[in-house]
Design a protein around this ligand. Sequence first.
Ligand code: ZN
Length: 150
Amino acid sequence: MKTDIRLPLGLPEFTVLKQEITENKVVIQVETMDPPERCPYCGFQEWKKHDQRLRSVRDLPIHNRPVYLIIQLKRWHCTNCQEIFDEHLPSVPKSKHQTHRFRKYVFDMCPGVTISYVSRQVHLPYKTIPGFRQPFKVHSCLFMISARHW
Ligand SMILES: [Zn+2]
C-alpha cells in the first residue's frame, strides 16, 4: 500500500533534483533551468557560466516540519562588460534565506502573539522575525499595532 503523496513545489523557477524527508525536516535540492534574460549591468545577452554554489533557503513547512530548499545558485559572467552576476530568483528576496511565501507565512502568524512564540513555532532566531515586515507593505500597519503587544 502506498502511503506517500506528491505535491507540486509551487515555485515555477525551480526543478526538484532530490528530496529527503526525515522526522525533523524536509530538505529539497533544487536548481533553475533557464539562463538569465539579460546582463543586469549592460543588458547584453551573451554570457557564460562563472560558477555555482549552494544556498539554503527556508520555505513553507510540510506536516509541521521545517522545509529547507538547497538551491544550486549559478553565477554568470557577462562577456560584454565582464561583470559577474547571480541568477535572479523570483521566489527568494535578494540576499535573504527565506522564500517570499515563507516570510509572508511568518508575518501572518505575528498579530496578537509574541515574537518569541513565533520564533519557537518556526524555529527561527528571535531577532530574525521583525525583519520580515519589510516586503509586505499592505500589512505594515497591522504589524506595528501588534508589535506593541510583543
Ligand atoms: Zn554586461
